[in-house]
Design a protein around this ligand. Structure first.
Ligand code: SAH
Length: 244
């Protein structure tokens, strides 16, 4: 089949918000639909993990709003993001809410959709390649996952609180491969919890930081050594930790 790589028609109406994922970072891993949305948007509200070079594909007149956090700036609030979307939609603009990876993986997309619905703003969701899809390719694991089960979890700091919405014990018991997002700062907690539950210290762990970029780092280690190896290899977020 001959493929035609002309950007697809996306029907981006004025007053609409498109919530989209830009992929893990490399410009080659953005979908054609999302690229079309960048080209047409009047307003682009983008997160810290979006590759800024992708934004160069926008119109000259586009308004850019950074919705992330840098070393020198505080993150904006979720409420501010919600208000920006509604404000610009009411001005009848085409708004692109651009997130890293896929908007359904550990992003606050659902909260944003809820707010848009409440304010009667039309929206669409365009998927992207989530970071763990690229990270598993970069790791030297075979793709074959013997358990046939994949767990995607967030290592967000709430993991050691009782209120956390998932139970690591259940995940350990299902014996599936575990992909940890936002886990670098919580790796001590996660690895010791898994070891206490009985996971072998020799279990394979692969950390992939900045996946898809030329400066991607891949560390193959074990559950026993993961914390130390993250430290000694100066791994900093964003990283995906693949366990087992
Ligand atoms: N929606 C995003 C995830 C947002 S949560 C997605 O689908 O990928 C942010 C976390 O994603 C980071 O802390 C990290 O765990 C992961 N991540 C995002 N981009 C990454 C990258 N280029 N390399 C490694 N991990 C990444």
């Amino acid at each position: 089949m001959k493929l035609n790589y002309k950007p697809p028609k996306i029907d981006f109406k004025h007053g609409t918000v498109i919530l989209a994922g830009s992929g893990p970072g490399s410009k080659d891993l953005i979908t054609l639909k999302v690229l079309s949305a960048i080209k047409q948007a009047d307003v682009i509200i983008y997160d810290a993990l979006v590759n800024k070079n992708l934004l160069k594909n926008s119109k000259k007149s586009s308004i850019f709003i950074f919705a992330g956090k840098t070393k020198n700036t505080k993150a904006c609030t979720q409420n501010e993001i919600n208000q920006w979307m509604v404000f610009h939609a009411k001005k009848n603009r085409k708004i692109l809410r651009l997130k890293g990876g896929d908007p359904s993986f550990f992003s606050r997309g659902s909260q944003e959709i809820k707010f848009l619905k409440k304010n009667l703003i039309n929206y669409k969701v365009f998927s992207g390649i989530t970071a763990s899809q690229q990270a598993v390719k970069s790791s030297n694991y075979t793709f074959y996952n013997e358990s046939g089960i994949c767990n995607f979890i967030t290592g967000h700091k709430k993991i050691d609180k009782k209120s956390i919405s998932f139970d690591l014990e259940k995940i350990y018991k299902n014996e599936g491969r575990i992909f940890v997002y936002m886990g670098v700062g919580q790796i001590k907690n996660i690895s010791s919890k898994l070891q206490n539950l009985g996971m072998k210290k020799s279990t394979k762990v692969c950390i992939v930081s900045n996946t898809s970029f030329p400066y991607e780092k891949i560390i193959n280690t074990t559950l026993r050594n993961v914390e130390e190896d993250i430290f000694s290899n100066k791994i900093s977020p964003p990283a995906i930790i693949i366990i087992n």
